[in-house]
Design a protein around this ligand. Structure first.
Ligand code: GUN
Length: 302
């Protein structure tokens, strides 16, 4: 039987509708407008495209939202000064510096300079620590893991007591999603295993998973025989494996491939996310959610 397709595109649209209403209500009842600044250093085409998507969504939701483009050769000191300016701007509730940044700038210094209460990426060590503690302590959840958790919950999978296997241990996806799913509480309380490049028998671990989350960055790493029949499979991989001409626009577009062999896996899994259209659309949406949370926190609204 073919798996149910978990559409990130549809679930993200649903959450954006909810956020749009919340933003309108915040404006009407409290006179608050969530403010987001995205800082882009240089002109990396993928980064330009990501930042444009973030700004477009923020405007659609009714945010006060600005794009701050900086030249490739900006000094570290000037970038830190810029962050400080937004740290002290009461109209701005969320600050995002698009990564990667040029090599002459220390990424750690930049991320650590963002006020943790405006760190809507949740990359600051204070927010990483808050996430580890869990419960009310976690102010912002990192966007991709938060999107994964929403996809699992909104597609009706029970996480409590489930065997979850996470493939990959990155700071952006693997480590935080593992931490989030092992906390006590809704959409969590799972038994979590993290596997990585040092793991001896990847296949055996994956086969035990009721929920398999793959964020390895290796195209088609997970084969259909690694999947437990009926499992929920979340594919975080977005690997560019070539280029093609889009039938719609006639433009050259990348060919994207997930970390899971989708066509074969969908015959075994109970539900699976496609690439593209799975986890991807959720990431921007959760950034918007964090910005709304930050605006409410700044105003002392629960
Ligand atoms: N570059 C690629 N993904 C991200 C992200 O989620 N946040 C930031 N700041 N940069 C990125």
């Amino acid at each position: 039987m073919s798996a149910r397709i978990i559409s990130g595109t549809e679930i993200a649209a649903q959450i954006r509708e909810e956020l749009k209403k919340e933003v309108a209500e915040l404006k009407e009842k409290h006179g608050i407008v969530p403010g987001l600044i995205t800082i882009l250093v240089g002109k990396n085409p993928a980064s330009v495209s990501y930042v444009t998507g973030k700004q477009k969504t923020a405007h659609e939701l009714g945010f006060y939202s600005l794009q701050d483009d900086q030249p490739e050769n900006i000094s570290e000191a000037d970038l830190l000064k810029l962050i400080d300016k937004y740290n002290n701007d009461p109209k701005i509730h969320g600050i995002l510096v698009q990564l990667p940044i040029p090599k002459h700038i220390d990424e750690k210094k930049v991320l650590n300079a963002i006020n943790p209460d405006k760190d809507v990426d949740a990359f600051h060590p204070v927010n990483v620590g808050r996430l580890m503690i869990g419960g009310d302590e976690a102010k912002f959840l990192p966007c991709t893991p938060a999107g994964i958790q929403e996809l699992i919950m909104r597609s009706g999978f029970e996480t409590s007591g489930a065997e979850v296997v996470v493939v990959g241990r990155s700071n952006i996806v693997g480590k935080p999603i593992a931490n989030m799913l092992l906390q006590k509480g809704k959409g969590a309380n799972a038994t979590v295993t993290v596997v990585h490049t040092g793991t001896k028998n990847l296949e055996a671990h994956c086969k035990r998973a009721d929920i398999l989350i793959v964020a390895a960055g290796v195209p088609h790493l997970v084969k259909p025989e690694w999947i437990k029949p009926g499992a929920c499979v979340i594919d975080v991989g977005v690997n560019r494996v070539g280029e093609k001409i889009s039938e719609k626009t006639g433009k050259t577009v990348p060919i994207l491939r997930g970390d899971v062999d989708f066509d074969a896996a969908k015959e075994i899994a109970g539900a699976i996310t496609p690439v593209p259209g799975g986890v991807g659309p959720m990431t921007i949406t959760m950034l918007m959610k964090n910005t709304v949370t930050s605006a409410k926190m700044a105003a002392g609204i629960k």
